[in-house]
Design a protein around this ligand. Structure first.
Ligand code: ATP
Ligand code: MG
Length: 764
């Protein structure tokens, strides 16, 4: 809906609805522009308006490249540009995408020199690990000392910096790690090459290699114009990049290569650099002006997103970081309501509170997609998801254990990958005996050994099964399998994708095998396959011209997102990392405890702690009007109960911007027992937060029960479940008084609202 507003506010030219700074960035021509500004100041808006205004000036859409951080952002960007331009321009021809999707596109067209066909597969981290495991086995190194994940971490670092195996010593590695990593890197790349596959790091590295080589030939004046890759160097007149603070060196090099002949506009915020752990380097943006002569630097200070209470909380969190440029943000939206901070008993209560409040808001007419629930790690999401379901709220979960990772979905997607690229060993090995067709491990191992000896793919080895020394029966089964894949391949790009899927599920015997099983589980799996089919139908409707390779690319690059219930009316659940760039009316930031957020892993590392603080800043600045932070006294996470103390980020929040209701909620009944007494000194409201740091003194349910009778020690919250002797279980909707005169308002199903003296009820 946002782009509609922007379009309609756009009277009197493209630059209406922009402040002077934004307008300067949109209109600047003739040299590079850098917009370096805080959250919600309209950086992304500058990008969309700039593209729209370029189109108006007559720049052909295919000469514009827009790089976004996520695929979702790419979709939104395209929509917004379309909204601004209405039907004036063919915006489909603009190259909009993430670094990965743009590189994949370049490699599909021009990847032959780096060994990739136009049907190459993209390996995700599970695929990578399975390749690396084989590599390490082949090198005879102990998987205990060198885990596939660990070695892949080194490779990833190298690739993010643009290093091949020969450059590994630049990473400061010592022998024996260095020489093992080098051998592993070489062997791993050889396997990927035989499989016609690229991992995420390769997408960037190989595309950059192609472009580097093309630039060399074109500057030598040889054949430059005939080389289609060299033409990419000069293809774009304008390149715009959002979220530039999170680019790594190889991505920055890619931008430089593709903007050889183009005007460059990058936007970002050093305070929102949150991908250092993945090799991003905030210097890319800080030193941009030094690297690009004549850069026009634009600063923006007006925040159009959030109320001032939210902004002052954001500022209080980020201000503690050293080594930042430091920016002021102001907003005309007024103070708004204070930011609420709530302390709850455990993660179940936390989830229930969020679900109940969301339910109440939706019942009052709030649009569910304007509500978002954030957490630091995916592990926290399950309980929240449960409670939302209980409250009958649809939710969209971004990332996490994704739909695409479910066994049957992955199997069928592997079949589709094999049809496109049978040389992808990971996918072929996955499906060769699924459903069971008596092609056992010994058979596959023999074929795989043969393939390794010859330096070919498993599929090539299958073409000649006798050579691997297989018994007659095994030879026959392999031939049948190869023939079946061949038959299915004939459908690729000939029938619509949903039909292709149907053929796969049918001819491979996958559906039949599940149908025979007749268990709850097999029913669920069949349902998931139907959902996958629905997914493909939707995809084909949105992109009628798209091919199988486009679909598989989308799946591997976008990764997980799944919805429970009605997608259009769903609240969003996501990690703070994936919330970057987005905004919501109402935000619940859950798990605000030490060791959760900040994450336990960063506690001893000042550099990582600064990144964690930036992450908290990102989280807080997503909220437009309503922001609630929740924390728990104890939390079950990763199968262990831990006792929580408030996150240092919560303790940094200014008293005047935080909530009085939260204070009532957390204050009422105070803890009486000295054993549970620690109450931290701090701004006024913090004195009222009751929490417990000593691990030997968690509340037991009995204690809590007694406490209600005495009106002490229990943390009341709206939506809490309480039991009354006569009326049964009800939900707390409010209260007044304190101590012995504490009265609770409770809604009992079928009995309506009752006011009850606290001592008559027990928490459930
Ligand atoms: P982030 O740092 O979180 O990525 P951003 O700087 O990219 O934020 P935008 O998302 O572009 O900020 O803008 C934030 C909100 O403010 C959006 O809803 C946008 O439409 C609105 N906005 C930006 N500039 C203006 C303006 N000049 N007039 C009215 N609304 C604006
Ligand atoms: Mg933005």
């Amino acid at each position: 809906m946002r782009h509609m507003d922007e379009a309609s506010s756009d009277q009197g030219g493209r630059t209406a609805g922009l402040n002077p700074g934004q307008r300067a960035a949109v209109e600047h021509r003739g040299g590079p522009v850098l917009v370096l500004a805080g959250a919600g100041t309209g950086k992304t808006r500058v990008i969309t308006h700039r593209v729209a205004s370029l189109l108006d000036e007559g720049i052909p859409p295919w000469r514009i490249l827009a790089v976004t951080f996520t695929n979702r952002a790419a979709g939104e960007m395209r929509e917004r540009i379309e909204g601004l331009c209405e039907a004036d321009h063919n915006t489909r021809e603009i190259w909009v995408g993430t670094f990965h999707s743009i590189c994949a596109r370049i490699l599909r067209q021009h990847g032959t020199p780096v060994g990739l066909s136009n049907r190459f597969s993209i390996y995700d981290s599970a695929d990578q690990q399975s390749v690396m495991r084989k590599v390490l086995e082949g090198l005879n190194v102990s998987p205990k000392m060198y885990t596939p994940r660990g070695v892949l971490g080194i490779l990833d670092k190298a690739k993010n910096r643009g290093y091949g195996p020969e450059d590994l010593e630049k990473l400061d590695l010592q022998d024996p790690v260095l020489s093992i990593a080098r051998k592993a890197y070489e062997a791993y790349q050889a396997r990927l090459r035989a499989a016609d596959a690229a991992d995420f790091g390769d997408l960037l590295l190989q595309a950059v290699r192609l472009l580097r080589a093309a630039r060399k030939t074109s500057t030598q004046g040889q054949l430059g114009d005939l080389d289609p890759v060299a033409r990419l160097l000069t293809r774009f007149d304008h390149v715009v990049v959002d979220e530039f603070q999170d680019t790594n060196p190889i991505q920055a090099e890619l931008v430089d290569l593709l903007s050889s002949d183009a005007e460059l506009c990058v936007v970002g915020d050093d305070d929102q650099a949150i991908y250092g752990w993945r090799g991003a380097d905030v210097d890319q943006i800080l030193l941009f002006g030094d690297r690009h002569r004549g850069t026009e630097i634009v600063k923006l200070e007006q925040n159009y997103r959030s109320t001032t209470h939210i902004l002052s909380c954001a500022d209080a969190v980020i201000r503690k970081n050293r080594g930042r440029l430091g920016k002021t943000l102001w907003s005309e939206l007024g103070p708004g309501e204070p930011v609420r901070v709530l302390m709850l008993r455990d993660e179940r209560d936390e989830a229930r509170l969020v679900a109940n409040e969301a339910r109440a808001a939706i019942d009052e007419g709030v649009d569910p997609p304007s509500i978002a629930i954030f957490y630091r790690t995916h592990a926290q999401s399950r309980v929240i998801e449960d409670e939302l379901r209980r409250a009958g709220i649809s939710c969209r979960i971004v990332g996490g254990v994704a739909f695409y990772e479910r066994l049957e979905v992955k199997d069928v997607l592997s079949y589709l990958s094999v049809l496109l690229n049978p040389h992808s060993d990971v996918h072929l090995a996955r499906v060769v005996n699924r459903p069971a067709r008596k092609i056992g491990n010994t058979t596959v191992t023999r074929l795989a050994n043969r393939a390794t000896e010859e330096g070919v793919s498993l599929w090539t080895a299958m073409a000649n099964p006798e050579a691997a020394g297989l018994a007659a029966a095994a030879v026959r089964r392999i031939r049948e399998f190869v023939a079946m894949i061949g038959e299915l391949q004939a459908f690729v790009d000939e029938v619509p994708l949903p039909d292709l899927l149907a053929e796969v599920v049918e001819r491979t015997g996958y559906a039949a095998a599940l149908a025979v099983e007749e268990s709850d589980e097999s029913h669920a799996r069949l349902e998931n396959l139907q959902e996958l089919s629905g997914n493909l139908i939707e995809f084909t409707e949105e992109r009628p011209e798209a091919k199988l390779s486009d679909y598989l690319e989308l799946v591997s690059l976008v990764g997980g997102e799944r919805s429970e219930g009605d997608k259009e009316r769903a609240v969003t659940m996501m990690t703070v990392h994936s919330a970057k760039g987005l905004e919501f009316e109402r935000v619940y930031l859950t798990g605000m405890e030490e060791r959760v957020f900040p994450h336990s892993r960063v506690l001893d590392d000042p550099v990582q702690m600064e990144e964690e603080r930036r992450l908290a800043y990102v989280a807080v600045t997503r909220a437009k009007r309503h922001l609630t932070l929740t924390m728990c006294q104890r939390r079950m996470l990763y199968g262990q109960t831990q006792v929580g103390s408030p996150s240092r980020f919560v303790l940094d929040l200014p008293a005047e911007a935080t909530d009085q209701v939260g204070r009532a909620v957390t204050r009422s009944p105070r803890v009486a027992s000295p054993r549970q007494a620690p109450v931290r000194k701090g701004p006024a409201w913090q004195n009222d937060i009751v929490y417990d740091e000593s691990p030997d003194a968690p509340f037991t349910d009995e204690e809590l029960g007694d406490a209600v009778e005495e009106g002490e020690g229990v943390h009341l919250f709206i939506g809490m479940h309480l039991r009354h002797k006569a009326w049964g279980e009800g939900e707390l909707v409010g209260w007044h008084g304190s101590g012995r005169s504490l009265k609770l308002q409770i809604k009992f199903p079928g009995r309506g609202l009752k006011t009850v003296v606290a001592s008559f009820v027990q928490p459930v």
